[in-house]
Design a protein around this ligand. Structure first.
Ligand SMILES: [Zn+2]
Length: 250
């Protein structure tokens, strides 16, 4: 794949690093209910990054597979084995150092494509610190769910009401996108009906077990399909491509 930095030699990267937009997918390793793998956030961020790179002729840097701590009411929290939470400082420094290496290699145009709800503030902190130091570098950051058009939303949430992006965890959008990008990873026979009954308007530490369903599902994934995944993937790619066209004059 000519867009995937993991498959390039240093000489191939060297030839294009100054002119191309580099996309950094950022995910997490986090429980996603009984029917989806732990790497959903990374799979989706990486799949979308490759589609965007193909559309604009960019480069996809190796995906970050670990994220900031999963919160009980947007990811299930630390109650589930397999959720690998980084402390804020560790995660922020990881993103910072990866970006700084790209910048020191001469990359001037960067898109960070985030796939894990809890990451965003810490990615932005890393970006802000770098942007004070490297004024000639432009960095765009955006989570994929913020790029979904109303038209796609109406078609994806045709049967089930949209629960909000915090609760849309292992639910229709993530299930459909994983069915599209990595169908072999989806255990559709283990799909169950579950969800958060009541959302708290405050936080409790340590998190009480009762506020998160035992299955890890925060909202139903009923009506998910690879067709909805394709629709979302193309819609979101279109959104990112328009942002890059506007911000980088391509
Ligand atoms: Zn997720």
């Amino acid at each position: 794949m000519k867009y995937d930095m993991r498959e390039m030699t240093w000489q191939e990267f060297d030839r294009i690093r100054h002119e191309k937009i580099v996309i950094l997918p950022v995910g997490s390793t986090e429980q996603h209910g009984p029917h989806l793998p732990l790497s959903v956030d990374a799979i989706i961020a990486e799949g979308l990054s490759l589609m965007v790179a193909e559309s604009i002729g960019g480069i996809v840097a190796p995906t970050i597979y670990y994220g900031y701590k999963s919160a009980p009411l947007s990811g299930g929290g630390p109650l589930f084995p397999g959720t690998m939470d980084l402390n804020a400082v560790t995660f922020m420094n990881l993103v910072h150092d990866v970006l700084e290496e790209l910048i020191r290699d001469g990359v001037k145009k960067i898109l960070i494509l985030n796939g894990h709800y809890e990451n965003e503030d810490f990615i932005l902190e890393a970006v802000d610190l770098l942007s004070r130091k490297y004024e000639d570098v432009k960095i765009i950051e955006g989570s994929w769910w913020d790029q979904v058009s109303q038209h796609a939303m109406d078609r994806v949430f045709d049967e089930v009401e949209f629960p909000g992006w915090d609760l849309e965890h292992a639910a229709i959008a993530e299930t459909s996108l994983t069915m599209y990008f990595r169908p072999e990873f989806v255990r559709i026979d283990r799909l169950i009906e579950d969800g958060v009954e009541q959302q708290l308007s405050y936080s409790v530490y340590p998190a009480p077990k009762e506020i998160v369903p035992k299955s890890g599902l925060l909202a139903t994934a009923r009506s998910s399909s690879p067709e909805k995944g394709k629709l979302l993937a193309e819609d979101i790619t279109y959104g990112y491509v328009n942002i890059l066209k506007k911000e980088f004059n391509i």
